[in-house]
Design a protein around this ligand. Sequence first.
Ligand code: SF4
Ligand code: SF4
Length: 379
Amino acid sequence: MEVLSNPKILKEIKKYGKFDVKGCYNCGTCTIMCNISKEFAPFPRRPFQYALLGLKTNLLGSLEAFLCHDCGDCSIACPREAEPRLSMATLRRYLISKYDITKIASKILSSKAVGILSYFIVGILSLLLIFLYHNLKVGLSPSDFFPTSMPIEHTLPEGGFRILYGYALFIILFPILILLIGVIRMAYFSFKGEKIPFYYSIIALYEMIINLFTQKEMLKCKRKENKIRYIFHIGMAIGCLLMLIIVLFLLRWKIHTNLAQRILGYISTIGMLFGSFYVIVERIRKKSGEIYKESEWQDFPLPILIFLISLSGILVHIFRNLNLEMLSHYVNAFHVAFVTSFLLIELPFGKLSHLIYRPFALYFYKIKEIYYKKMEVKS
Ligand code: SF4
Ligand code: SF4
């Protein structure tokens, strides 16, 4: 089989962050030290070699970057101080941009200015939509916006339910569609040329489901700071998933929700608030071991948005229950803007996309593992 080398690939990858593989002398210490490196997908050394040799097809089909949990054990062990942890994170961003068919991820992840601006533009556009909704649908003139005391219930007039529900469905379904296409492309790159029996994909399904809800692979990273990080990481991840379930299936767009919804809402908010606060503080302090020693700008929008969403959500809840109508309206408008930026930019194109890509990478790896092991037994 003819293998083509692409000499431009290193330059392309470096647009997404640090990627110091030229300093690497291929000793393999990092792969030995990585507790979650796999038998049939050893990393981090192997994907670095693909990049060095310009093997773009192999790199696109490699799942290793998403199997990595960013713990930093490899960076501590590397005798050349080549920072393999950072290179793996850069590879993840590169692959996210390749899975994304719209090419928006590539623009956002490779340029700090474009990236930060996109979060703001989407937030501002959603504030503008809220203004237009109140102006055109509710009938408030711009001069009424501040001095008028608006009863909270007016945000749900006849027909308002449909507008709000339609808006919420759009901002939820859009990232789901983008990520679905991304996962299909990931599978295409990874399984291209391989003939694996379909039923292996059924046997391996449990791997994806378990990992989606437990992130258990992360526990294999042995250092103490990883155990602490796991607690906050799982808090944030479960908080986000619970909130998505509440919005999609439970919320009926009433001001006063029932007790079960409230309890679920409180649990998810606590997970998101404390998890994100911990990550922001540690990334700024840079003192809690290798994981937080160095961050790229792309690491910040996710915890910052989760923190702002949970904080504004709590404030809206408090203001509503105190009947502080104006305050709850204004804080709610910002809450919607943060959520919109989170769902339209961060989830499909930003770091958060790993929430979906990682369980699928583990799933695809499991399918291959079952297949390769059967082949080994046969031969
Ligand atoms: S430990 Fe460092 S030098 Fe050795 S293979 Fe890994 S990245 Fe390269
Ligand atoms: S950062 Fe951790 S999980 Fe990722 S390659 Fe290095 S040791 Fe393995």
